[in-house]
Design a protein around this ligand. Structure first.
Ligand code: OFO
Length: 170
């Protein structure tokens, strides 16, 4: 059984994951409009992954006797400047999400809820992976600089980094 403090904190994380999914969807649409197929496919897949993270949390809350709730979300931006800016925002956002997960882990320990603590370890590992991936992409973009042909290859290469939402083990 979840305490109401944990239930609220987990529901806040549901909102964070839903907002992440929306932000990445907006990035996917922006890239698609610019004709960058690889980047847009990557972002669509990333958006699906965030939705899977949200669903995994919801199932956990409901299984443990809580009530997973859905909140209103702020509209994400429609423009992201350059790809470098966009991937920088993605990286910054992942750092923010990692902090949010760490805070949640802290609350689980304070409440002595070891089942939730154990459940959250999957998110801790996932955040390490996602921050690493975003950092890797940013390094590549910095190497390419203003080279248009380099960017064409990058748009193609990024398709290989697409992970399936099934990896989230719903
Ligand atoms: Fe949900 O993993 Fe990124 O934010």
């Amino acid at each position: 059984m979840l305490t109401s403090k944990i239930e609220d904190a987990l529901n806040k994380q549901v909102t964070v994951e839903a907002a992440s999914s929306q932000i990445y969807l907006a990035m996917a649409s922006w890239a698609e409009n610019l004709g960058f197929e690889g980047v847009s496919q990557f972002m669509y897949a990333h958006s699906d992954e965030e939705r899977a993270h949200m669903l995994k949390l919801m199932k956990f809350i409901n299984e443990r006797g809580g009530h997973a709730t859905i909140s209103e979300l702020a509209a994400p931006p429609t423009e992201f400047g350059s790809f470098k800016d966009m991937f920088q925002s993605l990286f910054d956002h992942e750092v923010f999400v990692s902090k949010s997960i760490n805070d949640l882990v802290d609350i689980a320990l304070q409440e002595k809820d070891y089942a939730t603590h154990n459940f959250l370890q999957w998110y801790v590992s996932e955040q390490i992976e996602e921050e690493g991936l975003a950092r890797n992409i940013l390094d590549k973009i910095n190497l390419i600089g203003d080279d248009k042909s380099g960017f064409y290859l990058f748009d193609n290469d990024i398709k290989q980094l697409i992970t399936k939402p099934a990896d989230s083990k719903l």
